[in-house]
Design a protein around this ligand. Sequence first.
Ligand SMILES: [Fe+2]
Length: 470
Amino acid sequence: MCVMLLIFFCLYRDTKNKFMADKKIVPSNIKWQKVDDWILDKIKDEPSFYHTSMPSLSNTENSDKLDYQVFIEEASRNMIRFKKPEHLIRMIVKTIDEHVKTSHTAMLIYSKRKNSFLLVDSKGVEGNKIPTGFIKLKTDNPLVRFFNERINYVISPSGSLDYSRLLEMSKKEMYDENKYLHMTLLEMVPQVIKQMELLKANICIPIYYKKSVLGVLILGRKVSGQEFNRQEISLFTTLANDVAMALSNAQLIQDLHEKIMEVHTLYEREHNMFIHTAISLAATIDARDPYTHGHTERVTQYALSIADELEELPEAKQYQNFKETLHISALLHDVGKIGVPDSILNKPASLTKEEYEKVKEHPITGATILYPIKQLSGVAAEVRAHHERYDGVGYPDGLKGEAIPFIARIISVADTYDAITSDRPYRQRKMAEVAVQIIKDNSGTQFDPIIVSAFLLAYRKKIRAHHRIH
Ligand SMILES: [Fe+2]
């Protein structure tokens, strides 16, 4: 019995292959799948089926299995390797074309921008003639609807569509035999068949990610005339899943990139607005005192030059955005002078003790103005401390050493350098070299020695030249 079945199987296989090789078309009038299933069911329990008594079949199966295993492993490796999913798609289409040898292999991928499925790659004798992007399926296309509504799973557990099986289903007798089939399915099958004919597809494999159809893998007929077997369909489904994963990963990366760009643009816009607001405020303060005109702008430039030498220090890295905080703090360091009367600010003589006490209020006034403003509250502490001294005898809080905010210590040096090198109503400016010497002499007492060192470097690189120009 077993031997007879095996002989029958071999004859059947050869006849089927010969028929398909001769016709080289999609078989429509022979229910090969049903015959296949029947024979396989009859002989599956026979121990000799995979035995060496049928070396050709056994070897073919083993070697196929081995190749497919390598194929899948290679595809998985490539999925990780390729950053762009299009490259993975091209590799898969090319590999199927070369190994399986089909009339054409192609892939349609959903384009969000065009709300359609576009042909992204096509290979094979017939596939090479189809230009990329030439085929476009709208989302209401019957084939796409079939996959979207999961009707394909009613026909095939793997979700793949086989042209010959659909053709069989479309026949009247099949309708009669399958009364349980939903009307939507029965109405759509002929439309899907038409779509597959237009695509010259023998097999269509959907590419799903979660609930969405991302694409469709299309396979023409095999050049050998044989049908695709279950192992091959399973392999193609695995590859389709790899493509889905690569596409969804690429989409996630793209979405993340767009979000970052969006935040960056908003941040840039907001940042520019802050800087302009701070510049306007600083200009208003400067305008009140003709003697100190341009003071804020120069202090800001000096402070930024000093900061260039310090940005690698841990103290600088404690700030979320060191340079920006310093920039805004420097622009607004004297904003509290808004509370100092003009009579004191523009007095062409030395200040009395009371007047000086009034001027000394400006760091607190400045911090009081800035602190309630959400976007500027971060610079309030810097503004409040810009007249503190490293030895602890400054004002308004008598902070000492590291207790003084780092940016405030920088502004203190920049502010002093500009004050010495600028005219005042009650005294003339001093030479830059004199100012540098005064700052050096006060390193460790009035100023943080690290900031003084950075100032000396910045002075040689930028400040000296800036000073000469102005
Ligand atoms: Fe000040």
